[in-house]
Design a protein around this ligand. Structure first.
Ligand code: PLP
Length: 383
């Protein structure tokens, strides 16, 4: 098979849904037949299953991952006057969630090799106003639990995990979402566990926090028409919970398939050390669940990232950039007062990273074709 003859999608969700079609249809029709669209037993069952899988006692389904961050942090007592430490190279939703509480997001740089938050930089950013840190388990790899424990011991702040890219990721024997006071997950369709639309969940082992988020998501009503909190409307639909309940039992296998695909990419690039393609470092073995497979295109290679991406697209090989502009340089957040140069590693990554095709069902032949195409482009750029 020549590289030119293969079109490789960045993500193809039909491949994971096709074998589950009958079960998914039944689940969706079941909701229609029961008519239990909002705050149903279907939702409660999914919440219990997701909490159990994550090693916590409580899960509260909400409308999106962004809401899970905002409502979860708010339930933790985070609000105006507080500071929350967060990496500069996350998806903007992390910042949106923090700002919605009224707290100030305090951005810090990341590690160049893993793209995860630099906890030494985080230590330097702590002030008397710091209430929490939101580590982001970016690309499917957890921030080290032991390092976070040490950070909390030294700095006495809450840990609230953004696990939106790390469904059941593991590191040092611990599961994403179980490290701190609470955690947020997203079920955006292309996440490792995705709904048929938007959805999210807040998880915790603190019964009071879970109760508060349950109240927030339902108009602030502790019981019907008694509004004890300034709440909102943010519930995970029964339809989405039904779909997610069908998919959850397959998540471990899907994550394992992603990990295997990543190993194939890793091996291929390790065999071509002079190419100038450097995969993000995996410090967690099979616990890395590869929401994204990200490489750096080294500028010394003679080919820059944008050129490589365009050449691949021409051959029908899709790729992505997560993310091209760091949060501190986004126009809407100019009021935070950051500027170019503040977070050099995050900025370097923005210029060099490329996300290659990664999804359960991606074939070995497609990975081979992708690597072959990259190799050809990079070698051509050198001469
Ligand atoms: C997807 C994502 C979110 C937000 O999730 P939504 O469900 O889209 O609101 C938050 N943080 C990170 C790191 C994400 O990747």
């Amino acid at each position: 098979m020549s590289a030119q003859s293969v079109r490789v999608p960045f993500v193809d969700l039909t491949r994971q849904h096709e074998p589950l079609k009958a079960a998914l249809e039944q689940a969706v029709l079941g909701v229609m037949e029961r008519g239990d669209f909002i705050l149903s037993g279907t939702l409660a069952k999914f919440e219990q299953a997701f909490a159990a899988a994550s090693g916590v006692t409580e899960a509260v389904g909400v409308a999106s991952g962004t809401d899970a961050i905002a409502l979860g942090l708010q339930a933790c007592g985070i609000g105006p006057g507080d500071e929350v430490i967060v990496p500069a190279n996350t998806f903007i939703a992390t910042i949106i969630g923090i700002r919605r509480t009224g707290a100030r997001p305090v951005l810090v740089d990341c590690d160049l090799e893993t793209a995860l938050i630099d906890l030494d930089a985080a230590r330097r950013a702590v002030t008397p106003k710091t209430k929490a840190i939101v580590p982001v388990h970016l690309y499917g790899q957890m921030v080290s639990p032991a390092a976070l424990d040490a950070f909390v011991r030294d700095c006495n702040v809450l840990v609230f995990e953004d696990a939106a890219q790390a469904h059941l990721a593991e590191r040092e024997g611990r599961i994403a979402g179980s490290l701190g006071v609470g955690a947020a997950y997203s079920f955006y369709p292309s996440k490792n566990l995705g709904a048929f639309g938007d959805g999210g969940i807040f998880i915790t082992s603190d019964g009071d926090l879970a109760r508060t988020v349950r109240t927030y998501r339902n108009y602030g009503a502790a019981k019907k028409y008694v509004h004890t909190e300034l709440g909102t409307n943010s519930r995970l639909d029964s339809l989405q919970a039904a779909v997610l309940s069908v998919k959850l039992p397959h998540l471990k296998d899907w994550n394992a398939a992603r990990n295997q695909s990543a190993a194939q990419y890793d091996q291929a690039f390790a065999a071509r050390p002079k190419l100038g393609i450097v995969p993000m470092r995996n410090d967690s073995g099979t616990g890395h669940i590869y929401h994204l497979y990200v490489v750096r295109v080294r500028p010394e290679s003679g080919c820059d990232r944008d050129k490589l991406q365009a050449a691949l697209a021409e051959q029908g090989i899709q790729s992505g950039i997560h993310y091209p502009i760091a949060c501190h340089l986004q126009p809407a957040y100019a009021d935070l007062g950051y500027q170019t140069g503040d977070f050099p590693n995050a900025e370097t990554l923005c210029a060099q990273i490329l996300s290659l095709p990664m999804f359960p069902g991606l074939t070995a032949a497609e990975i081979e074709a992708t690597v072959a195409a990259i190799t050809a482009v990079m070698i051509a750029a050198k001469v």
